[in-house]
Design a protein around this ligand. Structure first.
Ligand code: TNX
Length: 519
């Protein structure tokens, strides 16, 4: 295990150590942030910065991994080397475990015995001589790289910025995540977003250590994924959107590209096909999904609750089985989301029978089912996950040993206006300021749903009023960053004033990334 020997060799207070490369004249360390003046979000479990020392990344620096490191670690190292180019060569070198690191090394190493960082955390040690990140998993290393990124100047965020040398403060960070599920949902059904736009969001999620991207792939206004055995779903169902625009859908190849891109950033794609309500696009595509066997016209308004599959008809289930089978086969993640929200035209019995039947279909395809809060009263397996969004029976699910994702509308709905002056968005849940999105505790939010039952948090972004990617960004940032900290940072460290200060210091980074945020 090279990490521990490395730590012994290079305690971060030591200045000149093994093979330390002397810096060219004129590259004296820049002044570094005082310990309490860093901008890292989400806030790590522990952070000490040494204002008197720094590490300089320049042409003498190289990214190293251990000789036996596997593909995932190599992927993180390549991501890091690419991020640091052209300040360094975008190459990764391998080094035998236990060998002293050359000066200027930025080393990524797996330490599977580390007892404090959990499955997704990391330790980051920065001395004037070298940088070392260790973690139990490649995901942990990736998160360590994001912390390192936030300690670097914002020029790192713009591909065209001049950067010959990058300076960061010496120090040590030990970090672990609080919740396993830290997500965002994009509603690509009401208004469609292309693959590039989704990938941009994935990159932004990664910066803040979010690890789930839930795609709301169907609703009344649009069906957004190709189903090869039922081609009309995408062809007809995907042909329009709110307001009557062209809509669109992901081919299966494009969906797989999104899944792979997300995986390279340690983000799992969670597909949602909303049913039995929110189904006008499907009903318009196949007449047999309707009780009267007649397809309705496409819908481009923003009402909810009017549509439902003909749940008592045997004819709908072969279609749903095909949909779940094809999407599950393209999705390496463990989850399939069946929606289940806002059904106003079925009886309680019809609704519950349908949810229970879908649970069987989803499980038969090797996935855990997720559904919005309304599904909780049905007979659910404890492996099914309930996603809370308003007052519901989540506590019933927690009592049966099930897990709950918290997406309370009054806290983290990113489609709700910031305040009365916000032009975009809705406001049925009230106004959600940045502070509203930050100031709450998932462990005590729902009576009867203790921390042990909380899988994590997710911020949904519904898109009735959002047309372009810039509109989505405007509503997401910076509130999504607040939710990222709620999901990652240990409960005792959540503190609004500190967060607000760090967020202010991130403004330059968001600008360099070209993110459209409220001024
Ligand atoms: C409720 S939240 C919905 C969505 C809307 C959203 C608008 C949920 C499960 N259903 O269909 O887009 O409100 O805020």
């Amino acid at each position: 295990m090279r990490s521990s020997s490395f730590r012994r060799a290079l305690p971060f207070t030591v200045l000149a150590v093994v093979g330390c490369t002397s810096r060219p004249p004129g590259t004296a360390p820049l002044p570094v942030a005082r310990e309490e003046r860093h901008s890292i979000i989400p806030l790590p479990s522990s952070i000490q910065l040494d204002p008197t020392q720094s590490f300089v990344i320049d042409t003498l620096s190289t990214v190293y991994i251990d000789e036996g490191a596997g593909t995932p670690v190599e992927g993180v190292a390549t991501y890091l080397a690419t991020m640091l180019a052209p300040a360094i060569k975008p190459e990764v070198r391998r080094i035998a475990s236990g060998t002293p690191l050359p000066g200027g090394a930025i080393h990524l190493g797996i330490d599977s015995a580390n007892a404090v960082v959990g499955a997704e955390g990391y330790e980051l040690t920065i001395t004037p001589a070298a940088v070392n990140i260790t973690a139990r998993t490649a995901a942990g290393l990736f998160h360590g790289v994001q912390t390192l990124r936030q300690l670097l100047p914002v020029s790192i965020e713009h591909p065209a910025a001049l950067r010959h040398q990058l300076t960061m403060p010496a120090g040590r960070v030990v970090d672990a995540s609080r919740f396993e599920w830290r997500g965002m949902m994009l509603d690509v059904s009401r208004h469609f977003l292309g693959v590039r736009d989704i990938e941009r969001f994935i990159d932004l999620l990664a910066l803040y250590k979010l690890n789930r991207l839930h795609l709301h792939l169907s609703d009344d206004q649009g069906w957004r994924i190709e189903i090869q055995s039922r081609p009309n779903l995408a062809k007809i169902g995907g042909s329009t959107q709110v307001g009557g625009g062209r809509g669109g859908y992901y081919t299966q190849a494009e969906y797989m590209d999104i899944v792979a891109y997300a995986a390279s950033r340690f983000i799992t794609i969670v597909p949602e096909i909303d049913m039995p309500g929110h189904t006008n696009a499907a009903l318009a595509s196949y007449p047999e999904l309707n009780c009267n066997k007649v397809s309705p016209p496409p819908y481009t308004g923003i009402r909810v609750g009017f549509s439902a599959l003909c749940v008592d008809s045997a004819a709908i289930y072969p279609v749903l089985e095909d949909v779940v089978r094809e999407i599950s086969a393209l999705t390496p993640g463990s989850w399939f989301h069946i929606g289940g929200d806002e059904v106003k035209t079925l009886t309680t019995e019809q609704y519950r029978r349908f949810i229970e039947r879908m649970q069987g279909i989803v499980n038969a395809n090797g996935k855990q089912m997720i559904g919005w809060g309304e599904i909780a009263p049905a007979q659910l397996s404890p492996t099914t996950v309930v996603q809370n969004w308003k007052k519901d029976s989540s506590a019933v699910h927690a009592a049966r040993g099930g897990k709950v994702i918290l997406s309370p509308g009054i806290k983290v709905y990113l489609d709700q206006k910031y305040d009365s002056s916000t032009i975009l968005g809705l406001n049925w849940a009230g106004f959600n300021s940045v502070r509203t999105a930050y100031d709450w505790n998932p462990a005590t939010f729902i009576p009867g749903v203790p921390e042990s039952a909380v899988l994590g948090v997710e911020a949904p972004l519904w898109s009735e009023t959002l047309v372009k990617s810039e509109d989505f960004e405007f509503m997401a940032f910076p509130r999504l960053i607040a939710v990222a900290e709620v999901g990652w940072t240990q409960a005792g460290l959540i503190e609004w004033d500190g967060f607000r200060r760090r967020l202010e210091m991130q403004t330059g980074r968001l600008n360099a990334l070209g993110i459209n945020t409220p001024r």
